[in-house]
Design a protein around this ligand. Structure first.
Ligand SMILES: Cc1cc2nc3c(=O)[nH]c(=O)nc-3n(C[C@H](O)[C@H](O)[C@H](O)COP(=O)(O)OP(=O)(O)OC[C@H]3O[C@@H](n4cnc5c(N)ncnc54)[C@H](O)[C@@H]3O)c2cc1C
Length: 385
């Protein structure tokens, strides 16, 4: 039986687009709202006018997943071409390969270790006096020792989070950040790729359905919810409640664009580990589309800083203070009627694109599993806490 409910979807990013599409296919009438003048949220891509290069406007996005259904889903709307993320880092005047692998170790220490030798060598460097690491720094020292920590982890982390790694929890560095082979593919996932025509074109196709209307440059306030049977909200949870308990902490990014005639750095992403360099990395966008040819090149220097009220929230901070504040918003949210909070901002979590799509599919599926009128959707399918 076809559905007829009126649904508001707040945010035209991946969360909103995937939920909107699935409900539209079931017959619901969907209104998608976004404050920006474009769809696709933070995955937005657009062609640079000067060079013709496809630019990842809000920072580099590489699609990677082990989730077969999600991979099939994105391939239904866009052709994904093979792309492996191979990151380099400049540290103290030398270029190394990341994540730290056998090549990085041999180059850094001027050695020719085989895997077992390197493993034993790193074990020797590890600071085993730290029995119960509490901070990021202690965890790193326990895993890799002082030299590798200072060259590859310390400065970058400090710039990224705007505080000393001694103030960050050990949980940020969960696993040994080292590979004892020459594998420099940044991600382990089975399926990896880049959309041939960019992410925005993919999202445009997802939203291209007769039951979907997209309202750009339109802010959704919760008062509008009364006009709809249900609201799926992928905006910031603190914003939904007009920041009643204060603003949740985020890091924001500034991008300094520059043009280069030719090939600026020979790779898509070059990190800068030294604190004397104020930016964290340089992204050269044309390398994300190796099947295209462009004489000119567009690059972004990326700077990280605390997010102010007028900035774009990028990375949720989620330290103790923010988690206490978040608990207040969650307690309010579960009392709301007919609203489900989704996505990276709605649940205040860092989510990769594949996880975002997986959660959006599950959310829409749960909604459709109830009969119209009987629908009792929870405020959260995935607890933010
Ligand atoms: C720098 C960076 C790099 C990343 N790189 C990768 C990567 O390489 N691979 C990967 O898998 N993932 C990556 N991600 C994660 C990826 O960006 C997210 O998974 C994805 O953007 C989440 O989609 P979303 O729809 O939940 O949120 P968003 O894309 O943020 O969409 C939310 C939308 O809601 C709109 N909105 C907010 N409030 C309102 C309101 N009140 N009314 C109307 N509209 C509103 C916003 O304008 C926005 O467009 C990266 C993230 C960052 C920050």
């Amino acid at each position: 039986m076809s559905r007829t409910e009126r649904i508001a979807v707040v945010g035209a990013g991946l969360s909103g687009a995937v939920i909107g599409r699935m409900l539209a296919e079931a017959g619901c009438e969907i209104d998608v709202f976004d404050t920006r003048n474009h769809i696709a949220g933070n995955c937005h891509t657009e062609r640079d006018r000067e060079t013709g290069v496809m630019v990842h406007v809000y920072g580099p996005h590489i699609f990677h997943t082990d989730d077969r259904e999600v991979w099939d889903y994105v391939n239904r709307f866009e052709t994904f071409l093979p792309y492996k993320n191979r990151v380099k880092t400049t540290s103290k005047g030398q270029v190394f390969s990341l994540p730290i692998n056998l090549h990085t170790i041999n180059q850094f220490f001027g050695r020719t270790f085989r895997p077992d030798e390197a493993r034993a060598f790193i074990a020797e460097l590890a600071d085993t006096t730290i029995e119960d690491p509490k901070t990021f720094e202690e965890q790193a020292l326990r895993f890799v020792g002082k030299d590798l920590y200072e060259a590859f982890l310390k400065g970058y982390t400090q710039k990224q989070w705007g505080c000393s790694p001694t103030e960050l929890p050990a949980s940020i560095l969960k696993r040994l950040p080292v590979r004892f082979n020459y594998d420099d593919n940044y991600f382990f996932h089975k399926y990896q790729g880049m959309p041939e025509n960019g992410y925005t074109e993919m999202v445009r196709r997802i939203l291209d359905h007769t039951n979907i209307r997209v309202h750009l440059e339109t802010r959704f306030h919760r008062d509008l919810g009364a006009d709809f049977d249900h609201v799926f909200y992928s905006g910031p949870i603190d914003g939904y409640f007009d920041f009643e308990y204060g603003r949740l902490g985020y890091r924001t990014l500034d991008f300094e664009r520059f043009i280069y005639d030719g090939d600026y750095q020979g790779c898509a992403v070059m990190n800068y580990g030294d604190v004397s360099v104020p930016y964290t990395r340089v992204t050269e966008h044309k390398h994300f589309a190796p099947w295209e040819e462009h004489a000119g090149s567009v690059c972004y220097r990326e700077f990280s800083r605390a997010c102010g009220p007028d900035d774009i929230p990028y990375y949720p901070i989620r330290l103790m203070e923010e988690k206490e504040q978040l608990a207040q918003y969650v307690a309010r949210a579960v009392q709301e009627n007919a609203v489900t909070f989704v996505g990276r901002l709605g649940t205040y979590r860092y989510l990769d694109m594949d996880v975002t799509i997986r959660e959006a599919l599950d959310t829409a599926r749960l909604y459709l599993s109830h009969s119209p009128g009987e629908t009792k959707m929870p405020a959260f399918l995935h607890s933010p806490i």
